[in-house]
Design a protein around this ligand. Structure first.
Ligand SMILES: Cc1cc2nc3c(=O)[nH]c(=O)nc-3n(C[C@H](O)[C@H](O)[C@H](O)COP(=O)(O)OP(=O)(O)OC[C@H]3O[C@@H](n4cnc5c(N)ncnc54)[C@H](O)[C@@H]3O)c2cc1C
Length: 367
């Protein structure tokens, strides 16, 4: 008899980002029945891409871009496993140093981007290849988990979708950012206050950042011996890079917006024109009319960014306390998100690592 979605799922994974999908694939390969419940309408979490309006082809990364294979064995192994190619970040030519609004930005030689690689097809290709290894029936998107409870030793997971019954998995893996899990899921009984405190104290890497993408018909900066890189004290972009495809097609630039969320909100109607004006200042008139322009403001994504991530200055991820990696509720509930990895916390490498580690731990408790 086939396994029914609701009443006989061994492992329910909350969140369909890289960690959740990695864990789901490995648990399934280990013979366990798995369901991934993802709040957003798409899989990937912080991994997301801009696509062509007509062909839907990948154009640019709206979330993570780089992998550093020389220092990241887990990501490198997964790229091989998923048959994905890496290409070096384009960095040939001079960079633009943009120090003051009153002076023309200057050309400058910056240290290269050696070791930074992009994924062919974008980082969403990772998500697509992982998801392909799961049956469609194992993935629910657009369904937000709102409560996890334990009653008489059995776990119940409730969602915001009234047409779905309560799930009763044997194990739950929570792969949402920790602050999101602490503030938007009702835990019954309440989680130990030390755990909640540690979850709230763990910032989500890049959660409050915003990224801008400009796609052009050709990489005009390359012709002038420019790398596409900007280092700016003026903004709105504090940093920009060439983001073109192989051989410069499609031609694109991406940049991190330095204005904090509140400033972005107040200036929402003029942000795009301010960024384009900066690109024109740095690269000339050719930058005036991008074919596509897109801003992804991660601070507006409540499934990724919690109020504390906006309130605090960004901090580089540090090793999270080991207490958060200990299973909860008699080995039935596991927390696992990139920030909890013991290797490269907060990064893609960390997501692969913790996803694999939690799959092993959960599987061991089900034998
Ligand atoms: C702008 C930006 C640039 C970055 N650049 C890089 C880079 O160059 N290199 C690098 O290594 N890393 C980079 N990162 C970090 C990288 O994106 C993360 O390490 C990785 O994507 C984390 O994956 P995750 O699955 O652990 O978490 P997430 O991607 O945050 O996934 C969590 C998932 O949980 C879902 N969720 C939340 N609440 C619920 C709920 N109640 N019910 C169901 N689902 C829920 C979310 O929608 C999300 O899909 C960047 C991140 C950003 C935002």
């Amino acid at each position: 008899m086939g396994v029914t979605l609701q009443d006989d799922c061994e492992v329910l994974i909350i969140g369909g980002g890289l960690t959740g999908l990695t864990a789901a694939v490995l648990l399934r390969e280990a013979g366990h029945s798995v369901i991934v419940v993802e709040a957003a309408a798409r899989l990937g979490g912080r991994v997301h891409s801009l696509r062509d309006r007509v062909s839907n082809a990948y154009l640019a990364d709206l979330g993570p871009t780089w992998i550093w294979p020389e220092a990241q064995p887990f990501a490198t192994r997964w790229m091989q496993e998923l048959d994905l190619e890496l290409t070096p970040q384009f960095d040939k030519g001079d960079s633009i140093i943009d120090l003051t609004i009153d002076a023309s930005p200057a050309r400058h030689q910056l240290p290269g981007m050696d070791g930074s690689y992009r994924v062919e097809g974008g980082t969403t290709a990772i998500v697509e290849r992982l998801a392909r290894r799961l049956p469609a029936s194992a993935i629910l998107t657009g369904v937000r988990v709102i409560g996890v409870s334990s009653e008489a030793g059995s776990i119940q997971v409730t969602t915001d979708n009234a047409t779905l019954p309560v799930f009763r998995p044997h194990r739950v893996v929570v792969t949402t950012p920790l602050r999101v899990a602490a503030s938007s899921i009702v835990w019954s009984p309440a989680l130990d206050s030390r755990i909640i405190h540690l979850m709230e104290a763990t910032p989500t890497w890049m959660a409050a950042q915003a990224k801008a993408i400009a796609v052009y018909n050709k990489p005009f900066w390359r012709v002038r011996g420019l790398s596409g890189r900007i280092a700016s004290r003026v903004g709105p972009l504090v940093e920009a890079h060439d983001h073109s495809g192989t051989l410069g097609d499609p031609a694109a630039l991406f940049g991190f917006i330095g204005w904090p969320r509140q400033v972005r909100q107040v200036n929402a109607s003029t942000l795009q024109s301010a960024i384009v004006a900066q690109l024109v200042r740095c690269f000339g008139e050719d930058a005036r009319t991008p074919d596509y322009f897109c801003i992804e403001d991660w601070a507006e994504n409540a499934f990724v960014c919690a109020p504390l991530d906006v309130a605090e200055p960004p901090q580089h991820p540090e090793l999270a306390p080991s207490l958060l990696r200990k299973p909860l509720w008699a080995d039935r509930v596991f927390l696992a998100v990139a920030e909890l990895a013991t290797v490269s916390p907060g990064l893609i490498e960390g997501a692969f690592h913790i996803g694999s580690e939690v799959a092993k731990k959960v599987s061991a408790t089900l034998r």
